[in-house]
Design a protein around this ligand. Sequence first.
Ligand code: GLA
Length: 404
Amino acid sequence: MKIKNSWLLAVVLFIGMGVQAQKFEGLADTPPMGWNSWNKFACDVNEEMIRGIADAMVESGMKDAGYEYVVIDDCWHGGRDSLGFIYADSAKFPNGMKALADYVHSKGLKLGIYSDAGTKTCAGYPGSRGYEYQDALQYAEWGIDYLKYDWCNTENVNPIGAYSTMRDALYKAGRPIFFSMCEWGDNQPWEWAGDVGHMWRTTGDIYLCWDCKHDHGGYYSWGVTRILDMQDGLRKYAGPGHWNDPDMLEVGNGMPVNEDRAHFSMWAMLAAPLISGNDLRDMTPETIEILTNDEVIAVDQDSLGVQGFKYGSEDSLETWFKPLDNGEWAVCFFNRGQEDVRLRFDWKKENVVDEIFGYEARFEEITYAMRNLWTKKSEGKTEKAFKGTVPSHDVIMLRLIPVE
Ligand code: GLA
């Protein structure tokens, strides 16, 4: 009897501990969509701009396309009061965070904020180290819905410990807050963060270029193709509730339209978070068209939640596949090179197998209808080889739908 009771106690304690140590479930069944201030505005954030972005997210059609979070990155902070509570910079945010959250919520959107696991943020503002539970309480009180949690100034801090502490603090504060881990892949978060965060950065920061490496003096930022290459081997770790994050979008920030289109398409193939990083108040029709392409977004947001994979490459042309729900597939022909590439893809000769998640295209037995996701036109069926020209730094992206 005694033994039985102590077993029971152990079970209860174990379950009790389990209840405390968890993230909010159901916030990331598909990759999150939204906007973040950093790529375009860096430290130049303020309340008026954020309100304008929320307005523009609605007016541009982005909200209808699925974008939801408006995230203020670094530099919103004022300081800590005598009791240690964090407050916003009153010159940048004269009405405070609660009023801003109310405004964003009134638009049917959600508000995100930024902090850091170290003593200071990357830009030198107060970090959350030692204040995790207090900060989480404050965010919950303001009505925050999303936290991006960075990794600067974390000397001697254990990453699993630090991110788990903030996860627990958010959970304890009681308001469902999406937890975006920004640890740059330094400590292989994909191996341990599945039950810690809803997504984790896999690389250093993105840089506004197609294929370059920008030296900040000691660390680097990376162009689109560089970031893409760094995703190799990580797809098995992603799925509903826990996503690889190859960093925020640079669409609309100055690359040519074809590069923006390819960047957006490949992020969708990766089931990446679609966090826009441009000025939504001032977009060209082309930028809006890319960011709100519902059929490309549907590939990213597919309920199966399987990250795509590189099936093959020949010279500058890569062929990527992504299994979708209902036996469908997304295919992306991605031209990294300077020259246009003529393409002939004979489906029946290809053996497309996703060995990790167990999907197979079986082109010999199944005929698929092809839908071009950028021209929005039918491309016939997979009985015949697909022919096309993929322009330099661009894509042809298709959805394959079984017809037999
Ligand atoms: C780091 C992050 C960026 C951004 C800046 C803010 O570099 O990786 O995404 O949040 O800090 O200072």
